[in-house]
Write a protein that binds this ligand. Sequence first.
Ligand code: NAD
Length: 543
Amino acid sequence: MHEALFTLDHPANEPIREHAPGSPERERLKACLAGMAGEQADIPLLIGGREVRTGRTRPCVMPHDHRCVLGVYHEAGPEEAALAAAAAREGWREWSALPWPERVSVFLRAAELLAGPWRSRVNAATMLGIGKNVYQAEIDAACELIDFFRFNAYFAAEIYSKQPASVSGIWDRLEWRPLEGFVLAVSPFNFTSIAGNLPSAPAMMGNTAVWKPAASAVYAAWTVMELLREAGLPGGVIQFLPGPGRVVGEALLGEADFAGLHFTGSTGTFRALWRGIGERIERYRGYPRIVGETGGKGFVVAHPSAGVDALVTALARGAFEYQGQKCSAASRAYIPRSLWPEVRVRLADTIRAIRMGDPRDFRNLMGAVIDGEAFERIMGYIEYARASADAEILAGGRGDASRGYYIEPTVVATRDPHLKLMEEEIFGPVLTVYVYPDGEFEETLALVDRTSPYALTGAVFAQDRYAIHLAHSRLRHAAGNFYVNDKPTGAVVGLQPFGGARASGTNDKSGSLLNLLRWVTPRTVKETFVPPALFTYPHMGAE
Ligand code: NAD
């Protein structure tokens, strides 16, 4: 079906289901959680539409109860990486030539399935596999992934409609071709939606992809891969390739057909991949597109005019939801001395009211951190603060990994605005606070701007409009997502396009038209209807 200029209506964001006691969605989800926790999954690779089992398996465990094994996944090695690259090459021939409405229809169908019959399953996998509570799973695995699919389809149509002007007798056109080769999608553990979007966004634009999910999130990622298969994604469009990052990454970066990297994860891993691409640049057919959204050190800076209720709520939600394992998490706060006594007491009260435990008990706000390595790293920061003469632990500070990887919501106060807890990404439930003299708001903004290499998210709390204006201008480059009187987490597709600069990434704003533009390489076509038949120009006539 080609003979029309097809359009899509602007989508609405997927409504969040409450899962309140007695609601049908709660019953469905509880049934899924019980059913899936009692099964043993055997998760294969998917190459050219074929399931591949290497026999080299690793367990998928619940972070909140690491004795509970959800199944195993098979790991890829260099051989499977080469097969996946070949399958992506083969799949590209048909997929890149398929008209775009056919392609985006697959993802629009996936959105409908996820909004309906697949919702509980993908939410349950996210709760069991990466330890999110019901609300965090719902806004990620259901709503955000549905939004990615629907909004990207809409943005793709918008891109295809963009055409150059033509003058009389000539028709100028732009063809938005996919890249010539495959896109390597490397996803982090902490968002099922990001994992699903990384291979899907390039695929919507006609590319094929090899998707390497994070080891600790294979279980949740696989449910998304199954959803896409159910939606009718042809074999060879997205190859699913769990395995050791370094091994799989090295093998795929060595392929001449490597055409782009769509990455979300830590700054260190992204830099290593970028270096690997640079070292091999002569091998590639083109210049690979490199898109990476990486670490963050979200800040909250309060002006003396800030409202304390809103500030304390933003600090607690921003720092501790999903155990602080969000790139956007509030990780450092700057509070004026006049507000600090009240903020300190209210924050401690709020933290005392937070319940922590297994996400299958819906009363819990917090769960465990993702794995033993993360537990050790985060506890290392807390121990550093405990031993520092410049820091004091005001709340939390204890961890227990005996059953699940639990760390208490922790607040550290410091006299040193350059304590490493104020500068480095911790990626756990730790908020560090620096109290500044009320008269030094402007100096504090300069401090916020200079303190960390990251520039992903940040928030200012103030009632005073001059203070808000000052923060806007002084922190112009300090965050790619800037919030006024709101927590720095929870960006919504289509409303607050997400991404940061400096060490936080290439700022290509996932779930926006800007991101999709990275996965196309336009061809300009000029057609002259009656071409000139003489080579001479009028000025060449006799004098
Ligand atoms: P990570 O860097 O440890 O891993 C990310 C992915 O890279 C995983 O799939 C991993 O297996 C793979 N990998 C690791 N080494 C590799 C190598 N040498 N070659 C190829 N692949 C390799 O990150 P993580 O712990 O999964 O996620 C947390 C990080 O992600 C945090 O830094 C967080 O800020 C960041 N993050 C950023 C955003 C954003 O939008 N900016 C969103 C989510 C997470």
